[in-house]
Design a protein around this ligand. Sequence first.
Ligand code: DMJ
Length: 675
Amino acid sequence: MYSGAAAVATAGPPRQDFISVTLGPEEAVGAAGYNNSKAWRRRSCWRKWKQLSRLQRSVILFLFAFLAVCGVISYTSMGEAWKSLTNKSLDDQRTEQEIPGLKLANPAVLPAPQKADANHGDYPELSLQKQPKPPHVRRGPSNLQIKAPWRDTRLKTRHSTIRAVEELVQADKEEKTEKSIISWRGAVIEPDQSTEPPSSKIKEPEKPSSVEAEAQKEPVPINERQLAVIKAFRHAWRGYKDFAWGHDELKPLSKSYSEWFGLGLTLIDALDTMWILGLKEEFEEARKWVANDLVFDKNVDVNLFESTIRILGGLLSTYHLSGDSLFLEKAKDIGNRLMPAFKTPSKIPYSDVNIGRGTAHPPRWTSDSTVAEVTSIQLEFRELSRLTGDEKFQKAVDEVMKHVHTLSGKNDGLVPMFINTNSGQFTHLGVYTLGARADSYYEYLLKQWIQGGKKENELLEDYMRAIEGVKKHLLQRSAPKKLTFVGELAHGHFSAKMDHLVCFLPGTLALGAHNGLAADHMKLAEALIETCYQMYAQVETGLSPEIVHFNLHAQKGHKDVEIKPADRHNLLRPETVESLFYMYRFTGDKKYQDWGWEILQNFNKYTRVPTGGYTSINNVQNPSNPEPRDKMESFFLGETLKYMFLLFSDDIDLINLDKYVFNTEAHPLPIWVPA
Ligand code: DMJ
């Protein structure tokens, strides 16, 4: 086509406005009379050519030559372009038809799951050709959409790095695993290795203004330590998949499972971890299970707190990260089914709910609920209200907080461990701890305040008062290392006992300081995280027991940390790693990463089961026989490994702490941006 046009241009007559030729009358008549004679035309042209001056002839010849050269060049280049265009599109078609896997090999990224219903195996963003943008990649109602800033560009690039490096080392690593195992008691484990009440109005978040700018930033590549976390996660997942798929918890030694609620607890708890780690295939497989097999219409009693933080929290955060409405639908379902728990005389919820029957009750032996449990479900229910536009969830949990705010029985902001669902009063007064049964009350005071845009001042007041209470009543220093620790108070008597659970506190204090609270909170955080690290470092396996007792006086041959036989188990808990993550994010001090790295290596050394999974152990003091318990808690995947991965990352936008707040099960939920 284009070459044809060039030919016409070359063969055309000389332009009359350039060469002026004056014909005599005879020629003019002749021209009219012999219009169709070729011979005449040739002769006449030749005569005219002869009449031209030498200069005119040269100009004409030059023009002809120039046009001819242009024509040839255009023809060649257009021909090439056309040929390559045609070939490329043919090649692409062939590639996609014959080797579909190739689509995944190059830009191996984790795209947002597209739809709650169909075609979840398809990854339009992965194909070589541009696909039309799917209309349903949204997070709920448009006014509620908060885009995870790193979800698009940053996450994609990170994930391609993960896959590439991981596959290279995979074969080698699996081989090593099988070679280096030891066994005991039939178990085989690998060595080495201001006062404004909370608004009852539903908050509407705004899209963070920096979303677009952040999408432009250079992604931070995955490093070796993060890769080691991915490897650990995949190993744990392999065990769960092989022996416990769809059940609550893996029993890695007996290659079996245990049920608690019968709701695939580990799978749900691990969803957003898989998303953050970039484990696309695993995520998709789990997503299918959620879509096809997760049914809440079951005659089963669940614990309100545990199912809220693990299931509701896990579904909500996965919804936010992936944008997949399936997870929001499931979150709504479980949220509604948990609501009967709040139908109590005091509105302090019961501990247990039958999610199939819609009935709720306290434990058999008491009408009390645990304080931490009724005050650590707020982040999740408040977020559910915000997403659904249904106030009832938020109202129910806000009421609990308002009520607890007014209660007597606190000691300088420290709360007892139990609350009665009939009277609404604290019970078992006089015992104060930051450990089991009270811990996350303190955590959620701060985190709700952050979630709501730092406006709910009663929450802040209660938090600040409680930290003063901790300083006044519970802080002591050990001997010989002078480690600052948080003990317990029982009826005026101080006990130098500290649960591993208390190790959430340095992270929470650091988060508060980051959000503008007292600078001395950060100092305390630094001291406490050192103590939590020593709870690992001073133990034979390098793993912390469930509970330690600190020595207050130096004794020859004694360390700071003492462990009672009943307390020397380790359940793969996350709290220390969680706090290490916050400390590293806010200080940039690499020692926190190094401490976390030591802990990961010790988990690999003493709790990894070669056939898949990790196990809780009974004895952190016996490296030659840590006595595996044959249970992998769901929070190992939901929390411990997620915090490890984040700790080793130098990307502050990988769950940016100014945009997300983690629930107590490590599920990130968006901070509501103030209007
Ligand atoms: C998790 O379920 C949560 O972190 C909870 O707040 C405390 N216990 C476990 C982890 O140790």
